[in-house]
Design a protein. Structure first.
Length: 111
């Protein structure tokens, strides 16, 4: 009985760890067309360590920084400039998928 309980608790701890890890990585959007964007790091840099990220999955331009009950729209170009440098801009590969944002260098920007 005790062994079964111990195994069950170990499984729940493992499951919770995997779920927490997945949830923490989720705000990083990435597209194969450019560099990834760490939106949680951006929000925390702008609004402080208690800031987080929210969005609507099926709408590309729907990311917000959240602080308590307040929501602040994210300027995706600003994310790229702060994360990389001033030569980067944000690009949305699929307007129906908020996870297809990427940072791209304006040095290689098509004309």
């Amino acid at each position: 009985m005790m062994k079964r309980l111990t195994l069950s608790l170990m499984f729940l701890c493992l499951l919770a760890g995997v779920t927490l890890s997945w949830a923490q990585n989720k705000p990083k959007v990435d597209s194969s067309t450019g560099r990834s964007m760490d939106l949680r790091a951006y929000c925390r840099k702008i609004y402080g360590d208690s800031a987080d990220v929210s969005h609507v999955r099926n709408i590309g331009n729907s990311w917000d920084c959240t602080l308590g009950k307040r929501k602040y729209p994210i300027d995706m170009n600003d994310v790229c400039r702060l994360q990389y440098d001033e030569s980067y801009y944000a690009k949305l590969a699929n307007p129906a998928d908020s996870y297809t944002w990427s940072c791209n260098s304006s040095k290689a920007r098509p004309k």
